[in-house]
Design a protein around this ligand. Structure first.
Ligand code: AMP
Length: 549
């Protein structure tokens, strides 16, 4: 950014850098006895406090120092949501190094590519990933030390990895006397690569300042609405966009944190939520499908679960409705992306909405919502001209703000900003109240005879049918209209529905020409490393599909 003019009269407030280490210090000093509960890869439940977490993070910071890890150098993790991973969040960034969280669901070649691109120096990994790490390690030129997140008892007797350390032994040998260093708040703190459906992934490099500001913003009442009174379980993984910032926002408010480890199936999540009295959670829609199925099939109830953030992909209104009507749980629909740390918008009602009939309120709540202060957004046409906020006109969604990337790591992709705005690649409407609704990813929009059809609308309608588990809508070639919608449906187990019934279900709900040209039933649809349905894979599968004429 260009140098800004200085006023002849500057304010007289302390200039204290916004640093991640201050968050954990704050949690220790003011909420030190509050718990962090983790389901471990070892299979058992581990519990300790924010004070313990801070102490062990300081030991880990000393351990990193013993390896001579320098400021700005990358330390990678390949781990589930657990307390040791959390310690790495604070020790690595707090000491001035950069935490590079790697998604273990990626292909080993892609992991190696990312680790080389990031020039990772150290890799900390959960013990169940040992075979995976051994498979890509020979291709990683820069990693000098591997650390397995376990105790001596769980270490392999022999292994293929050079310089393999045992985490518990390594940090036990270190003192917990460590002063978190002070440095420029714009220093890099962590690195996360985008899921990248085409080409190589690109790195979003967060700073201490962006992370702390995002943590404040996310915690606001009309953001995630979290406080010390909550018991919070992030299902969203700590290896993808920092679990939506919850590992920072939760200690910032001092709440109890529950980390589910690798057990993300409906049964395990339900049991952990009940046992630890979780009242707030966050995850992508596909995770909640598993939980709702388990609870429904076993006639269970939630005793404490009251609120959840759902985002990462459009949350079908039928899911919001089910959570509310059947279980009394409020869904906060949220939108964001890796490049946005990730939170951009959340959907909560304003007093004027409260007077609306329930169905109208539900229509608002199905939107991706209003920005959190700090983020600004607009929609533009292909020429870059701003489009009206009428809730109907859709255009390319652009954002700016202090926790949004200004470019990618190592300059990949060149200059990404357009007039200072980041193009999200999403297509959306914004209504007069500033509530945004995603119509599609720009590459998923179905272009029929020069007009656009939003696939999310078509999917949401199908998902409201009681027999539909998952619906994915893609554009396939049509000789007259270029593209027409094809709906791919996965039925709920043991429930039947015909094509004609589904076609009838669309009647009166959309303009007739938006109705899918055909519906196919599939056993499953491909889901990517971050739990999103892979439309590009589905398009490949049905590339030669001939629509009925
Ligand atoms: P990622 O960077 O992997 O988190 O993916 C970000 C993309 O996920 C966004 O650009 C959207 O296309 C999509 N996305 C995230 N949240 C939502 C949502 N609530 N509704 C629709 N799409 C979403």
């Amino acid at each position: 950014m260009a140098e800004l003019p200085q006023s002849p009269l500057m304010g007289q407030m302390m200039s204290q850098p916004l640093l991640i280490s201050h968050i954990i210090r704050h949690a220790d000093r003011y909420f030190g006895a509050n718990e962090i509960v983790s389901r471990r890869v070892e299979g058992d439940i581990h519990r300790y406090t924010w004070r313990d977490c801070h102490r062990r993070a300081r030991q880990l910071a000393n351990a990193l120092k013993s390896l001579d890890v320098q400021m700005g150098e990358r330390v990678a993790t390949l781990a589930w949501n657990g307390y040791r991973h959390l310690e790495a969040y604070y020790a690595v960034s707090g000491s001035g190094a950069v935490l590079h969280t790697i998604n273990p669901r990626l292909h080993p070649d892609q992991i190696a590519w990312i680790a080389n691109h990031a020039e990772d120096q150290v890799l900390l990994f959960d013990m169940n990933f040992l075979p995976l790490v051994e498979s890509f390690a020979p291709a990683c030129a820069t990693i000098k030390t591997y650390v397995m997140l376990c105790d001596r008892e769980h270490m392999p007797p022999t292994g293929k990895l050079p310089n393999l350390l045992c985490y518990e032994d390594w940090i036990a040998a270190q003192s917990d006397a460590y002063e978190w260093p002070l440095f420029d708040e714009n220093s890099a703190s962590s690195l996360c690569y985008t899921s990248g459906t085409t080409g190589h992934p690109k790195g979003a490099l967060y700073s201490h300042r962006s992370t702390v500001l995002h943590s404040y913003g996310a915690a606001l009442p009309d953001g995630m609405n979290i406080s010390v009174k909550d018991v919070i379980l992030p299902v969203v993984p700590m290896f993808h966009v920092n679990a939506w910032g919850l590992p920072y926002s939760v200690p910032l408010v001092g709440a109890k944190l529950v980390l589910p480890g690798p057990a993300l199936d409906g049964k395990s999540l339900y049991e952990l939520m009940e046992q630890e009295e979780v009242n707030f959670s966050a995850g992508v829609p596909t995770v909640w499908l598993g939980l709702l199925n388990h609870v429904g099939e076993n006639n269970l109830k939630f005793s404490t679960f009251k609120r959840t953030i759902i985002g990462g992909a459009a949350c079908p209104p039928a899911m919001i409705d089910k959570f509310k009507k059947q279980y009394g749980i409020e869904v906060i629909h949220a939108w964001g992306m890796t490049e946005m740390s990730p939170l951009g918008t959340t959907c909560t009602l304003q007093p004027r909405h409260m007077k609306l009939p329930e169905a109208e309120q539900a229509r608002v709540l199905a939107k991706q919502g209003h920005v959190i202060y700090g983020v600004d957004m607009k929609i533009v046409d292909d020429a870059g001209d701003e489009l009206p906020w009428d809730g109907k006109t859709f255009g390319n969604l652009m954002v700016k703000g202090p926790w949004i990337v200004s470019g990618y790591f190592k300059g990949e992709g060149g200059d990404v900003l357009q007039d200072g705005w980041f193009p999200t690649g999403d297509v959306a409407t914004i209504d007069a109240d500033g509530y945004m609704q995603i119509t599609d990813r720009s590459k998923d929009v179905i272009k029929s005879g020069g007009e656009w059809i939003g696939s999310i609308d078509l999917e949401n309608i199908a998902m409201a049918h009681p027999a539909v588990q998952i619906a994915a809508c893609i554009g396939v070639f049509h000789p007259k209209w270029d593209e027409r919608p094809l709906l791919v449906v996965v039925k709920k187990p043991g429930v039947e529905v015909s094509k004609d019934e589904l076609f009838a279900f669309y009647e009166g709900k959309i303009a007739k020409w938006w109705t899918p040209d055909d519906i196919v039933f599939a056993d499953s649809v491909p889901v990517g490393a971050t739990g999103k349905i892979l439309k590009n894979k589905i398009r490949e599968m049905y590339r030669d599909y001939t629509l009925p004429t």
